[in-house]
Design a protein around this ligand. Structure first.
Ligand SMILES: CC(C)(COP(=O)(O)OP(=O)(O)OC[C@H]1O[C@@H](n2cnc3c(N)ncnc32)[C@H](O)[C@@H]1OP(=O)(O)O)[C@@H](O)C(=O)NCCC(=O)NCCS
Length: 181
């Protein structure tokens, strides 16, 4: 199986193929988001937009032809140097094997390659209670040897009227100028 976009030798991802998303991935992206039981699940239409108009800043992972993970990202218009990672999702059966990390490294490597000479700061909002996600981005900052700065961003009251959502502080990780070898 091809592994064309792995970011770090030694990550345990021999069974996964990483690639840019396409329109026909949207239904499976929706299914994987739902399967995590941790993400706010967006409409299939939202995943379709990300798999097409935002394909350059997104990535999907396949195993045996099935989509098992994705990252949706974009360059926020007010901060074009940033790669804002909106959702990272790995199917429960594939979690804990380095796939989330490999997708992040692979996506960053592609963005750096396609914007030569431009440093990238990775941004993501992460709820304080999401230990997996905090570990994912903490490990990413360590591998790339750059600081991770956390600031208040979207507060719980903006996300749910009934208090049913945690705050979403923002991580800023970078600037990163080179992909991992
Ligand atoms: C968060 C998520 C994408 C991580 O993907 P993954 O493939 O399981 O992550 P990896 O195997 O690459 O591990 C990344 C780091 O998290 C750590 N980790 C993995 N599972 C963990 C867990 N259950 N609790 C705490 N840390 C964990 C790993 O040790 C690794 O840390 P390191 O780099 O310091 O070694 C995946 O767990 C997921 O889809 N979760 C549900 C959706 C979600 O919360 N997404 C993030 C918010 S958008």
């Amino acid at each position: 199986m091809r592994v064309p976009e792995l970011g770090k030798p030694g990550l345990q991802t021999p069974d996964f193929r990483l690639r840019r998303p396409q329109a026909s991935d949207a239904l499976a992206m929706h299914r994987v988001a739902e399967a995590t039981q941790a993400l706010d699940v967006n409409s299939t239409y939202a995943y379709l937009l990300w798999a097409t108009d935002f394909a350059d800043t997104s990535i999907v992972a396949e195993a045996d032809g099935d989509l098992v993970g994705f990252i949706t990202g974009h360059h926020p218009p007010p901060r074009p140097e940033a790669l804002f990672v909106w959702q990272v999702a790995v199917s429960p059966a594939a979690q804990g094997r380095g796939l989330g990390s490999a997708m992040l490294d692979g996506l960053l490597a592609r963005v750096l390659t396609e914007r030569p000479g431009q440093a990238v700061t990775v941004e993501a909002t992460v709820a304080p209670g999401n230990a997996q996600s905090r570990a994912l981005f903490g490990g990413f900052a360590r591998r790339h040897g750059v600081p991770l700065v956390e600031d208040e961003h979207f507060t719980a009251d903006l996300l749910a009227a009934d208090g049913g959502h945690e705050d979403e502080p923002i991580f800023r990780i970078g600037p990163i100028t080179e992909p991992l070898n």
